[in-house]
Unconditional design. Structure first.
Length: 98
């Protein structure tokens, strides 16, 4: 059995990997916001969200984590939409100020 410190060290290493992936994902969210702003797209895309959730939940190996993984993915979606909304609003304010 691993010690608590060993387990926590593993968690810390995973958190570091997740931070890198989070930044990469947010770079993509930034690009999505720019695209939607330029093309007057909607921030919320129900079909896209449903497909993303379904695809990722199907691919989850340990189905015991399904409920928590779905919650995790939904939080990512909430955060992503909030970022897009904030970015687009700032861009619109800046454009009006010109």
């Amino acid at each position: 059995m691993k010690s608590l410190d060993e387990i926590r060290n593993e968690i810390d290493a995973i958190d570091a990997q997740m931070r890198v992936l989070f930044e990469q994902r947010m770079d993509c969210i930034q690009a999505v916001a720019e695209y939607k702003y330029s093309n007057h797209g909607n921030i919320f895309d129900q079909s896209r969200e449903e497909k993303m959730l379904k695809k990722n939940l199907i691919q989850l190996k340990n189905k015991n984590y399904g409920k928590e993984y779905e919650r995790f993915l939904n939080e990512i979606l909430v955060s992503s939409k909030a970022y897009q909304k904030d970015w687009i609003q700032k861009k619109e304010i800046a454009e009006r100020g010109k």
